[in-house]
Design a protein around this ligand. Structure first.
Ligand code: ZN
Length: 336
């Protein structure tokens, strides 16, 4: 025997309910209900970008153990860190001022001088890669024409940026790029993308375009504008690290020279890179740690991180890696 509701299809039930609601609830309450629904939807967040993404065509799932067995041996890749711009942003964004160590040091909010970096990786046979993208000249000189929305321009205080080496000038003296390795998809890391030739392979951690935050409501158009015309973002295919030291490790070229390390927290797919150079290993932390003070004291970023407790775990994991391998040259997200 069918239940009473079973006599009707879903659409009929919906129609009956809507009619009933329309008869019994005043218009103002309905309006209020839709506003509440919209606010709840916004609170759930907006995705970081609508740009297309797919699994990376390169990269071999590795492990912390395999990576650490290799990294103290000199490697063939040269790393040059270039300052795209000098800038200043709120310290409360860069450092969790509520952390006990920050309170003990009496750190207060205010402008913190930082840099926007781009790292050039030169592999002897596989080509030249960028880690993040630096800054396009137009971002500093005419941000609206660089596709940066009004809210973002005001929030990031573009007027405090002083251009260093813009990405077009940098790429003008390099061979064609073999790829761009992103640490994450925030604007100050894709702000040189408009100078990257179309068709260059672009890689990031998993689900960076689908990362969700309320504030992405204001930045998504700007991020989409930076990526416009570029190839799909290829996402590293991390697998669980057997040792649990990291969320995942990928050997990018399969030759043990450049590793991607999944360090979620700042964003869901935040990725650090470990590069084997002739002078020893170089660790590019991305924004898992923005500042020298944060690294030295083991304090995670503040308001700029989506998941601070998770960011703190990832930072602790990177510091433990460096403690096991003191020869690592650590290059932080935004300070020397
Ligand atoms: Zn950043």
């Amino acid at each position: 025997m069918r239940s009473d509701m079973g006599q009707f299809g879903a659409m009929e039930v919906f129609d009956m309910l809507s009619t009933h609601i329309a008869r019994t609830v005043s218009f103002s309450r309905l309006t209020l209900a839709s506003i509440v629904a919209a606010v709840l939807a916004l609170a759930a967040g907006c995705t970081a970008s609508t740009h297309a993404a797919r699994p990376a065509a390169i990269g071999v799932a590795s492990s912390a153990a395999a990576m650490e067995a290799l990294i103290d041996r000199p490697g063939p890749v040269e790393v040059e860190t270039v300052v795209g711009a000098d800038w200043a942003v709120t310290r409360a964004g860069l450092i969790n001022l509520d952390a006990p160590a920050a309170k003990a040091a009496h750190l207060t909010d205010g402008d913190e001088p930082i840099q926007i970096f781009v790292h050039v990786l030169r592999h002897p046979t596989r080509g030249t890669f960028l880690v993040d993208t630096g800054v396009t000249r137009q971002l500093v000189e005419d941000p609206s024409r660089a596709g940066v929305g009004w809210v973002v321009r005001k929030a990031m205080h573009v007027e405090k940026m002083r251009l260093g080496t813009d990405t077009a000038a940098l790429l003008g003296r390099e061979p064609p790029l073999a790829g761009v390795l992103l640490t994450h998809l925030h604007l100050d890391h894709v702000s040189g993308m408009r100078d990257v030739p179309r068709g260059t392979p672009i890689y990031s951690g998993p689900r960076e375009t689908r990362d969700r935050e309320f504030l992405y409501l204001f930045s998504r158009g700007t991020i989409d504008n930076q990526l416009e015309g570029q190839d799909d973002i290829q996402e590293w295919r991390f697998e669980a690290d057997p040792s649990g030291r990291f969320a995942g490790v990928v050997d990018i070229l399969g030759d043990g020279t450049i590793f991607a390390i999944l360090v979620p927290g700042h964003t869901g797919g935040s990725t650090a890179y470990l590069v084997r150079t002739p002078k020893g290993p170089v660790l590019l932390t991305g924004d898992t740690c923005h500042t020298r003070w944060g690294w030295d004291h083991g304090v995670e970023p503040g308001l700029f991180s989506g998941d601070r407790p998770q960011n703190a775990i990832s930072l602790s994991n990177l510091r433990a890696l460096v403690a096991r391998h003191p020869g690592i040259d650590v290059r932080l997200g935004h300070q020397r």
